[in-house]
Design a protein around this ligand. Sequence first.
Ligand code: PXL
Length: 284
Amino acid sequence: MKKLKRVVAIHDISGFGKCSLTVALPIISAAGIETTVLPTAVLSTHTGGFADFTYRDLTEDIQPIANHWKALDIQFDAIYTGFLGSFEQLDLIGRFFDTFKTRDNLILVDPVMADNGELYKIFTPEFAVGMSRLCRKADIIVPNLTEAALLLGEPYNPCPHDEKYISGLLKKLSALGPKQVVLTGVSFNGKELGAATYDAATGETACIFEVRVPGYYHGTGDVFGSALLAAVINGFPLSEAAGIAVRFTASSIRKTAAAGTDIRYGVNFEQTIPELLKDLGICR
Ligand code: PXL
């Protein structure tokens, strides 16, 4: 039997409203990858559309947890970060990267902080600058278009875009440090939505689209990032991994729309896991 690959997922736990660790853990585990979790905060719900959510910041626990894992000589094939719970966590996670980065593993940073042209209310503009610094240490980053603009210190341009603009963004983001960039929420015509990829090693850019389902479904960035990482760890090249993640996310959204579920509740990724495993070549 081959040894399992191991990922550490560093995101919050939002108890209700599927996103962050409540999607990363099941999706990555289902793809046959051991998933260690480092929770950055515990909330009653995510912050996107629910009033009065509780918020327990776990900043103080990060370093002791990292120290314990280091003492146990735990190693990771990938480090996957998403929603960070405080400004201080940017530095702590940067240190975590320095401690657990090896020549063979990869760091995937999803710079979760903004969408639709706006920073999430709990973050400040300084957080975006700190996130840009953290992204320099990553091998792969997965920003949406709003996060891409913030990382580059540029104004946000709403959809639709053209190929020249997207390819320019991809290359500028890669120039920050990460060799591979996946931009989400890309659309050239408003009817189809998907992702664009850039691999600095080959100079290749690619775009993958599915028909857009109207409405802003919560947690889709985390569903996408988790499936992308699962595909990369399973050996798929970046553009193919992004295709797998786009199909998985779009199919999960379609099922949620068909069920008429509140868009704040998260998407029906659970019913789409069999399709993901087929796409990954794990099941027939
Ligand atoms: O899906 C991104 C995300 C993760 N975690 C929390 C959030 C959000 C987006 O709003 O609020 C707590």
